[in-house]
Design a protein around this ligand. Sequence first.
Ligand SMILES: C[S@@+](CC[C@H](N)C(=O)[O-])C[C@H]1O[C@@H](n2cnc3c(N)ncnc32)[C@H](O)[C@@H]1O
Length: 379
Amino acid sequence: MDEYFITCPRGLEEVTANDIAQHIKDSPNLNKGGVSFFGSLKDLYKVNLYSRTGMYVLKKLFEFKANNYDMIYKKIYQFNWAKIINNQTTFSIRTKVKSNEFENSGYLTLKVKDAIVDKIRKSIGKRPNIDKINSDIKIFLIVKNNQIKIYIDSSGRPLFMRGYRSKIHKASLNECLAAGIILLSNWDKKSLFYDLMCGSGTIPIEAGMIAYNIPPGILRSKFAFQLWNDYDKNLWENVVRESKSKINFNNDIQIFGSDNVRKNIDLSIKSAERINLHKHINFSTKDLSDCTINKSTGVVIVNPPYGVRLGTEENLQNLYKKIGDVFKNKCSGFDTYIFTHNKNLAKFVGLRTRRKFILKNGQLDCRLLYYPIKEGSFF
Ligand SMILES: C[S@@+](CC[C@H](N)C(=O)[O-])C[C@H]1O[C@@H](n2cnc3c(N)ncnc32)[C@H](O)[C@@H]1O
């Protein structure tokens, strides 16, 4: 059994733990910005393939306490780096520090890099290559006070890169966050699902993948663990085969995505085609206020512009008011949600929130606001 840490957007730690718990034997532990768990190689492969909200799955190599930079160099140097990095592979180091002892994260990274390079040169007589952008091996250094943890990334490109989209809308959500929002909404995967401002379709496509049990990593051809010495091709192929056998299109689940910009809907359809969901999601070009919501129950999620990448605060006030009106007048019986960064604009919705979830979208603090719409009681 090895120890792993899966990183995720802040605010989605619990969702991430619950999501992976169904695929592994151990119970995951919540941390800030991720979840740790113990598991086998099979668990590692499954988490990479199945996690809907995780970004990188990291394997812990070792940890130690240190009081100064020289001690860090010595401890890092002791590890047999030639086992995982050679002169054919490129590597990079990512550092996350919260420590008074080691405030200078640039210097810390340099020390660690020197120790790794020196040790490999000593072991194999050649210097390994560093590639800060597209390295084969990513080493993660996580420092809290004087506790240093060293991990190797098993995912490669972050897991939100599912591979179903090429071009993206300039304000599109990353796929992990979109999936996390749906999982937070507690949608039952059966009742109606609407995104009335779907942009490039990330939310409806992720909803389709959840509903039809499509593993989020199914289109990815590369994971970093495939370059490891212990890569078990048969085991990985079995994990993938098993996941494909669980995809189930037998139930017809009604998922709708609309947007008032035609080219966004074209993008959404193209992406849905790549993941084989085009026949299972109903995309249309429509203004929010022209939407017809079937008389039923289900979930409505919108991610309106919030003035950072799209629109200005003033002309968005009316849009937020319009969202409130559509929820109130057309979505009776539905659980409705707005995902936004802008607290001021959210006030223009004019409905009382039942719950707020705080989530990070990159550097931005965002909120998922929940408005259950029951007939006759909105305020
Ligand atoms: C932040 S983007 C949504 C991004 C989307 N979640 C994605 O991942 O691609 C907001 C979207 O709202 C759409 N929009 C703005 N006003 C609208 C309206 N009145 N009716 C419908 N859609 C609207 C914009 O065209 C834009 O695509």
